[in-house]
Design a binder for this molecule. Structure first.
Ligand code: GDP
Ligand code: MG
Length: 171
């Protein structure tokens, strides 16, 4: 018989790093070159099944990255079981912003929150500013799952959610 569990997931990170695009790739398996930027936050759900017949339903809050919405973020991460903090591998300052989000989560969110760092836009390798090893070393030190992804090609997108699902506590 199959088991079912649902978890809240929040996406955080600077504006335009590809948070909404990652969610749309995961939920609809689509990518739009000209996605409108998120206002406030968007809510989406998606289920995945694990090898052991467990079905995981993710309730996803895709937040807006702009500074003017920053004060709303705690509403979305306060009850979250997991967070995906996104940066853009072609913008090194977006990793600095991601690190600040991780710090805030580690101080203020649920103490068992599972945090993943995602370096997005892997298809733009020719414009890379953040070396894989640098982000990976930081993720390891901070205790985060780490992936480099492309919402455009789909590389590693499902993998993020599958790895998180495997770490979530299921009775
Ligand atoms: P958000 O503000 O973090 O939600 O970012 P969006 O998902 O709105 O994406 C911002 C821009 O980056 C859009 O023009 C997307 O088409 C583009 N984008 C998002 N993900 C990728 C990716 O993996 N590769 C490339 N080349 N562009 C991407
Ligand atoms: Mg967005």
């Amino acid at each position: 018989s199959s088991r079912m569990a649902q978890f809240k997931l929040v996406l955080l990170g600077e504006s335009a790093v590809g948070k909404s695009s990652l969610v749309h790739r995961f939920v609809k398996n689509q990518f739009d070159e000209f996605r409108e930027s998120t206002i406030g936050a968007a809510f989406l759900t998606q289920t995945i099944s694990l090898d052991d017949d467990t079905i995981i339903k993710f309730e996803i809050w895709d937040t807006a990255g702009q500074e003017r919405y920053k004060s709303l973020a705690p509403m979305y991460y306060r009850n979250a079981n997991c967070a995906v903090v996104v940066y853009d591998i072609t913008q090194s300052e977006s990793l600095e912003r991601a690190k600040a989000w991780v710090k805030e989560l580690q101080r203020q969110a649920n103490e068992n929150i599972i945090i993943t760092l995602a370096g997005n836009k892997l298809d733009l390798e020719q414009n890379r500013e953040v070396p894989t090893e640098e982000a990976e070393a930081y993720a390891k030190e901070a205790g985060l799952l780490f992936f480099e992804t492309s919402a455009k090609t789909g590389v590693n997108v499902t993998e993020i959610f599958t790895e998180i699902a495997k770490k979530l506590p299921i009775e």
